[in-house]
Design a binder for this molecule. Sequence first.
Ligand code: FAD
Length: 575
Amino acid sequence: MAEVHQVLGGGTFLTRSLDPQDLFTREDLTDEQRLFGQTAAEFMRNEVVPNEASLYAHDWSKTRELLKKAAELDLLRLEIPAAYGGLGLDKISAAYVGEHIAINPSFGGSLGAHTSIGTLPIVYFGTDDQKARYLPRLASAEMIGAYALTEPHSGSDALSARTTARLTADGKHYVLNGQKAWITNGGFADVFTVFAKVDGEKFTAFIVERSMGVQSGADEKKLGLDGSSTTVLMLDNVFVPVENVLGVIGEGHKVAFNILNLGRVKLGARNIAGAKQALNQSVKYAKERRQFGKAICEFGLVKQKLAEMTVRCFVGEAMVYRALGDVDKALEGVDEADGVKVLKTIERFAVECSINKVATSEALAYVVDEAVQVFGGNGYSREFPVERAYRDARITRIYEGTNEINRLIIPTRLLKNRSVLGTDTPARAGGDPTLASEHHLLARAKRLAIASLTAASQVYGDTVREEQEVMAHIANIIIDAYAVESAIGRAEKLGARGSDKASIAGDVARVYASDATDRVAHAGKQVANAIAAHTTTSDGLMAALEGVTSHRGYDTVSARRRIGDAVIAAGRYPF
Ligand SMILES: Cc1cc2nc3c(=O)[nH]c(=O)nc-3n(C[C@H](O)[C@H](O)[C@H](O)COP(=O)(O)OP(=O)(O)OC[C@H]3O[C@@H](n4cnc5c(N)ncnc54)[C@H](O)[C@@H]3O)c2cc1C
């Protein structure tokens, strides 16, 4: 097992072929994991959904009351170690619960900010004393947590924060001054992880209680997430005891960035849950709504939309649970109390975390947009649910690192460790023979990804990071390679189990692989042409490009009709 752990993560999927038996899929959830999901689903149905209007009216006492009820059901203590009143559960369980909470993205945002970015910095970086002081109270919702990194002048460039921390003459306190912006739960949270620069230089995290003098601004008037509190925070001579420095002075960047990695995959599970909800609403509507004497779901163009929405959900789910399964496998045997070790292990998956963040937020954007289209004029009305889903979805491409920043992270990380450069990847032999062509397409996409990275590194050298457009095209190839492989693997696993969904899953994998090959060919051409403007073309890259541009395509029209028919027959997402 230890050997497997060493090779997983860090984009190594580009150089190995995936054995479906090593792939965790949503179908592999254990009964215990399902039980937590069921508890979360019932809580949402019975407690949150009936109170949605109060949340949209900014009644934050109701949010607190609901968080308290969630705590009573153990939903706030999943990732807190047992020694501090938590359950110390695996990441799959936490993400699966998040999926169910995400049916209301506003409340999901409040709960997620509390349990993830509001609590995990203390779980991973806190001293024993800090954990004992705060974690039990965060687990019980006696205290609500939040995370304050962003400032009016520093978002993506988080390390340029202007908030300062000055040690008092008696050495007992740091005095914090500055302003934070866009803080989820800002209007009512009790404890904040605040980032500030000691002596105006050393970027450092602090645990700051509201009672130490934090003031909140008014709730932002937002495009979506109307039922969650987002405010600025004013820090005006806030005295924070030195015991509340979180982690090491000058190493706040480790707290700031490591917390985001896993959050990105868990956000992926929430994104796909939102997409599935919009798909389900669309199928129902399309079966009921009649035009030209027929239910609109019978029209090829509507059926095609329902099919493609299904494809994006299936593939997104396959990617997210694959990454979560790999992270949990790597964490086996790591002491959960050793926060730094846990985070180091998760950090190895930074590439996969960014891949998932970008892919699932864009899948969600696609699905909610098509949901509005399926609803026609009613999709544009606040009387129907997809209008809110459309607005709520937009933030997922902006927070947890914008998609631009996450796209840049993917090749940057791979170029840094260099282990994939100049390598090759074989097509996997065996497996489902009906997906043999897709395995070949996958191998070609991976080859193109590696050849693009290698050529870009050779041509641009150290200045490659300045070539953002080229880097983003390479990221797109890598994202699609991971997506295709995850989709094929999930379909094969369903087939091996003799599932009655295997045939449709195969169609989904074939449609996605065919379209993805055209997309990676487009991206590969952009990379090759950009490079050709600087130097003679790279032979390796041109050969790899040939492999994808020669793709003849697949009858996706018929396959989408079959997928659409399956969705319509099921009346919902069929997996
Ligand atoms: C509803 C909501 C909730 C939020 N919750 C929290 C929270 O709880 N805690 C918290 O700390 N923050 C929170 N945020 C802030 C969020 O994380 C930031 O908005 C995000 O990181 C982007 O920063 P910015 O808004 O300053 O945009 P900017 O960084 O100014 O970016 C603007 C545009 O420029 C692009 N860009 C920036 N730098 C680069 C670059 N180097 N290369 C290429 N393109 C670049 C970006 O991708 C983006 O398209 C929240 C935001 C919202 C809207």
